[in-house]
Design a binder for this molecule. Structure first.
Ligand SMILES: NC(=O)c1ccc[n+]([C@@H]2O[C@H](COP(=O)([O-])OP(=O)(O)OC[C@H]3O[C@@H](n4cnc5c(N)ncnc54)[C@H](O)[C@@H]3O)[C@@H](O)[C@H]2O)c1
Length: 254
């Protein structure tokens, strides 16, 4: 069977671990050359070394996606080592947990810098290359939280709602350049981010059971989201743009 991402050159931000790392692995297995951008150098190198050892093509770029100059440097590296990117998965994200009256202004700003502003900064660097290469697919990581008013993390939920709408705006603007832009909205996925969230709770087991029960299919695994990202990156989704793609174990059907 032909590889679904043959001839794709993909950038995955936050690809050192979790959903991003699993996506990097599947993208490469489907024939894409992959650039992993992340601040976590040790895990990023581990991820790309694993892909290369499995016969794929991957490079790691140390990059804080809230820093415009680091983005420029990483973009130049991808261009010179892999070529013009035609897939961009803006996956990097953090979760600030805490009610509105509890979190600090600095936490609020960091939440928006990583989850929203980074998409603006990275996309403005990559779109000119994608346009020149004839088009591509941008996948922006949102969340079920974009549609549910979880009271414990208003900064996070609102940042993900912003990602959904930013993606729609980008989709309409860049359709003429043959660049599709969709948002991906996972349910709760069992990653280190989720485990770190649980560890901050007074009773992690009780909170975990509550979250599992909220999802008709329970919580998901990184691979469940990575396959959705493969679809959005591939030409199989060529008529899809501006869409929030829900892969959320049914929580929004309750
Ligand atoms: N795990 C979930 O339940 C879940 C649900 C819905 C959406 N998401 C979203 O999926 C994405 C990935 O989540 P995950 O669970 O795999 O998290 P994770 O913490 O395991 O991985 C996130 C990666 O992003 C990197 N990162 C963070 N800030 C960065 C920055 N400024 N520059 C570069 N890299 C940075 C981290 O180093 C890490 O490698 C996030 O955007 C998250 O909000 C996760």
């Amino acid at each position: 069977m032909a590889h679904r991402l043959a001839n794709k050159i993909a950038i995955i931000t936050g690809g050192a671990r979790g959903i991003g790392a699993k996506s990097a692995e599947l993208f490469a297995a489907e024939g894409a050359a992959v650039a992993v951008w992340d601040m976590n150098v040790a895990r990023g190198e581990e991820t790309t070394q694993l892909i290369n050892a499995q016969g794929g093509t991957a490079v790691f770029c140390a990059c804080d996606v809230t820093d415009a100059s680091q983005i420029v440097a990483a973009t130049q590296r991808v261009s010179s080592e892999l070529g013009s990117p035609n897939v961009l998965f803006n996956n990097a994200g953090i979760a600030v947990v805490g009610e509105l009256e509890e979190i600090t202004e600095a936490e609020w700003d960091r939440q928006y810098a990583v989850n929203v502003k980074s998409i603006y900064l990275v996309s403005r660097a990559i779109i000119p290359l994608m346009r020149a290469a004839g088009g591509g697919s941008i996948i922006n990581m949102a969340s079920e939280s974009a549609f549910v008013g979880f009271p414990m993390h208003p900064a996070y939920t609102s940042s993900k709602a912003a990602v959904v709408h930013l993606s729609r705006s980008m989709a309409v603007r860049y359709a003429e350049d043959n660049i599709r832009v969709n948002s991906l909205c996972p349910g709760t996925i069992n990653t280190e981010l989720y485990q770190e969230f649980l560890s901050q709770q007074d009773d992690p087991d009780a909170v975990n059971s509550e979250i599992v029960d909220l999802h008709p299919l329970g919580i998901g695994e990184p691979v469940d989201i990575a396959w959705a990202a493969v679809y959005l990156a591939s030409d199989e989704s060529r008529y899809m743009t501006g869409a929030p793609m829900l892969v959320e174990g049914g929580i929004l059907s309750l």
